[in-house]
Design a protein around this ligand. Sequence first.
Ligand code: PRP
Length: 209
Amino acid sequence: MSKVVVFDHPLIQHKLTLIRDQETSSKEFRELVEEIAVLMVYEMTRELPTEEIDIQTPVAPTKGRVISGKKLGFVPLLRAGLGMVNGLIKLIPTAKVGHIGLYRDEKSYQPVHYYAKMPVDMEQREIIVIDPMLATGGSACTSVQLLKDLDVKRIRFMCLIAAQEGIDRLREEHPDVDIFTAAIDKQLNEQKFIVPGLGDAGDRMFGTD
Ligand code: PRP
């Protein structure tokens, strides 16, 4: 079974509280989402393998450690996942970015897939799918399946707030995909919004409704 990691770092929790607050403006919301993404990817990359290389400082030869192993790729789910990308590539500038366009139909709550564009070497990379919200899990499951159909082997899912229902569904359909989140909220309302959540992340980020 996949693991579920909740980041309880004080900075992440502080910033998460600010973005939950309905008084937070779109500008602040965008800035905070990017900052949380930086902190989360810092925590997530703790386990990356490193290798020793020889280098020469201005004073003497020495050895240093650099990241080794598979390269990373990020796949934000449009629209709201876009708000996290800059934070991630600030820390890992060599990562490539694919995009998946999905929106959740307002009546059926099913994900509707409308766009996908991936780097050519996607299947050779370890992929982190990013979306601020994991609600029913429909969008996450659809995007993970799409990546598996492209022969991607290692996929992780990163979000800011997850509902237990979405976690359960993603783990059931894709038990090989670890989930990283800043919070687990207990329930969904009748409109399948996470409660208490933060509202519609895409709308709050881009000032739409
Ligand atoms: C939201 C959110 C996720 C999805 C989560 O996107 O950003 O992508 O819903 O719901 P699920 O787990 O039930 O599938 P939305 O449909 O609002 O699209 P947007 O990002 O373009 O606003």
